[in-house]
Design a protein around this ligand. Structure first.
Ligand code: AMP
Ligand code: ZN
Ligand code: FE
Ligand code: FE
Length: 277
C-alpha cells in the first residue's frame, strides 16, 4: 500500500498531464497519489477523475514557495477547500508574480542567449504556473543545453546572474492560511542537497507552533546525512513523517514512486482535511 504524496503535472512545471500521472501510478502499482502543482488547484478535477477511473486514491494538494527569516521553504498544502476565497486570491497573486519574474529572467537571459518571452510562453503549453523549468525548456529547445538539469546547473541556479526569486508568502502566514482553509501543511524536502544546510530545528519548531502538521523526510533530494537529526526533531514535535517523489515527468530525474508514504500517513492527512479527495 504505497502512496506518492508529491507530484507535478504540466499544469505547473511537470511534463505529464494529471491523467498520465494516474496511468503511470497504476502501472507501477501505487495505491494512490497526491497532485501538488505549484500555486494552482487547476489540475485537481482531472487528477481526481483519472484516479477514480483507474481505481486509485487521490489527494489534492498545492506546493507553495514561501520564505521565513530569509530561508526559502517549500510547503505542501493538502486538502484545502477548493473555493476558499483567500487561497484563490493568494494563488492568483503568486502566479502573476511568477509570470513577471519569468519575464524579467528572460530579459536578463536574452543579453547572453537568443531567447524570447514568446517562445517561453509557447513551450509552456497548458501551464498556469510558470517557473524556471519553462525557461530551461526554452534554452534546451534553442540548443544551449541537453536537458533541464543542465540548464539549472549552468544558468538558472540562485546566485547566478539571471536568477530572481519568485513572489512568496511568509511560511508561518502560509501555514495559517492553509489551516484556515481546512488543509494540512507539510514541510517539503527540508534536507534538499542543494541547500547549504537543512532547515534548522528552531525554524521547524516555530512553524509547528504556527500549525505545521508534517515533514517530508523521504524525498529523493534529501541528503541522507542530514536526516537522523530531522527524524529526532520530527519525533520531538509530533510531526507526521511523509515520503514522496516530487515527480516532474521527464523534467527531472525523480521517478514516480521513488519515495512513498504508507496508508497510515495517507489516511492521517485525508482524515484531517476539508477536501479529502
Ligand atoms: P521555480 O519555482 O520557478 O524557482 O523553479 C523551481 C522548480 O524547478 C522546482 O519545482 C524544482 O523541482 C525544479 N527544479 C529544480 N532543479 C531542477 C533541475 N536540476 N532540473 C529540473 N527541475 C529542477
Ligand atoms: Zn516543480
Ligand atoms: Fe519544492
Ligand atoms: Fe515539488
Amino acid at each position: 500500500m504505497r502512496f506518492d504524496l508529491h507530484t507535478h503535472s504540466n499544469i505547473s512545471d511537470g511534463t505529464t498531464s494529471p491523467s498520465e500521472i494516474a496511468e503511470l501510478a497504476v502501472e507501477i502499482g501505487l495505491e494512490g497519489f497526491a497532485l501538488t502543482d505549484h500555486d494552482t488547484v487547476e489540475g485537481w478535477s482531472e487528477g481526481r477523475a483519472a484516479a477514480k477511473f483507474h481505481g486509485l486514491q487521490f489527494l489534492p494538494g498545492i506546493e507553495l514557495t514561501t520564505n521565513e527569516l530569509g530561508r526559502s521553504v517549500h510547503l505542501l498544502a493538502y486538502g484545502t477547500k477548493e473555493d476558499d476565497g483567500r487561497i484563490q486570491e493568494e494563488l492568483q497573486l503568486l502566479r502573476d508574480g511568477r509570470f513577471a519574474r519569468a519575464e524579467e529572467m528572460v530579459f536578463r537571459l536574452s543579453r547572453d542567449f537568443e531567447l524570447d518571452w514568446e517562445s517561453v510562453l509557447n513551450l509552456s503549453g497548458n501551464a498556469l504556473s510558470i517557473g524556471r523549468p519553462h525557461l530551461a525548456d526554452a534554452l534546451v529547445s534553442a540548443g544551449y543545453f541537453a536537458d533541464r538539469s543542465e540548464a539549472f546547473e549552468k544558468v538558472l541556479a540562485p546566485g547566478g546572474p539571471y536568477y530572481l526569486p519568485t513572489v512568496y508568502l511568509g511560511t508561518a502566514d502560509a501555514i495559517e492560511m492553509v489551516r484556515s482553509a481546512g488543509g494540512f501543511a507539510v514541510l517539503a524536502h527540508p534536507a534538499a542537497f542543494r541547500m547549504r544546510r537543512p532547515i534548522d530545528k528552531n525554524l521547524i519548531a516555530f512553524l509547528t507552533e504556527a500549525g505545521l502538521g508534517g515533514i517530508e523526510l523521504r524525498h529523493p533530494e534529501n541528503k541522507p546525512l542530514w536526516i537522523p537529526e530531522l527524524e529526532a526533531v520530527a519525533a520531538d514535535l509530533g510531526l507526521l513523517v511523509t515520503g514522496a517523489s516530487d515527480y516532474h515527468g521527464d523534467g527531472k530525474p525523480n521517478r514516480l514512486g521513488q519515495e512513498t508514504s504508507d496508508a497510515y500517513v495517507f489516511e492521517r492527512i485525508r482524515n484531517s482535511v476539508a477536501t479529502p479527495e
